[in-house]
Design a protein around this ligand. Structure first.
Ligand code: SF4
Length: 213
């Protein structure tokens, strides 16, 4: 990244953190994914159960490997070689884990966190259940408002997730959402966290470089 890009990501990221704090979240700006991983590592203890919300961001920074190396049990339904029954079991276990790690589809300059899920296990865990929640968002997830969040989901996040998951939905051909109506549609549960959910212990790490999609 150029110096100007670094500056812009930092200014926007700091602003988002201030807005998130106003909305009751704990928020921390870090410049890189490596720093985000160090921050997460500070919460991981041997033997604890750590759930993952199907996040490309966390995979990009090596979070599952790090958590495992620190002696925690990883609950990741997206890991390779897991059958459908086990995936469902892991999704349920994430709801009561010690630490839930996720990214988000978009975070607004007003400090709102926006997500779209297929099954809804990620948004459920982000709302209630885990003892501690950490959401990591790269600079590419920052948007002005809820309208832009929806645009981002429809033009970037959802089509790319469809492609990653090899779903036969029209966004894979078009590259943008076509509001499909079939059984394979993955966009089913829409969530906006306007404020920190009651009873949650919720930290957002805003990273000054693009991560995930
Ligand atoms: S609603 Fe359908 S077409 Fe739109 S992004 Fe989701 S799966 Fe793709």
């Amino acid at each position: 990244m150029t110096a100007v890009e670094v500056w812009h990501n930092e200014v926007l990221g700091m602003g988002v953190c201030a807005a998130l704090r106003k909305n009751g979240f704990e928020a921390q700006y870090v410049a890189t994914g490596v720093e985000a991983l160090d921050f997460i590592a500070g919460f991981v203890k041997p033997g604890m159960k750590v759930g993952f919300g199907g996040s490309m961001t966390l995979k990009a920074i090596g979070a599952p490997e790090k958590v495992r190396a620190l002696g925690a049990e990883v609950l990741d339904h997206d890991a390779p070689g897991i059958d459908q029954e086990k995936k469902l079991e892991l999704r349920r276990a994430q709801l009561t884990c010690d630490l839930f790690l996720s990214s988000s589809n978009a975070v607004t300059l007003e400090g709102e966190i926006v997500n779209v899920d297929g099954a809804g296990n990620r948004v459920a865990a982000l709302t209630f259940g885990p003892k501690k929640t950490i959401v990591v968002v790269g600079s590419n997830k920052i948007v002005r408002d809820l309208d832009e969040a929806r645009d981002r989901i429809e033009t970037t996040a959802s089509p790319m997730n469809n492609k990653r998951l090899d779903r036969p939905n029209p966004c894979v051909k078009a590259g943008t959402c076509q509001d499909c109506q079939g059984a394979t549609r993955i966009c089913r549960v829409y969530q906006v966290l306007y404020r920190r959910p009651l009873f949650s212990n919720f930290t957002v790490i805003v990273v000054g470089e693009p991560l995930g999609y």
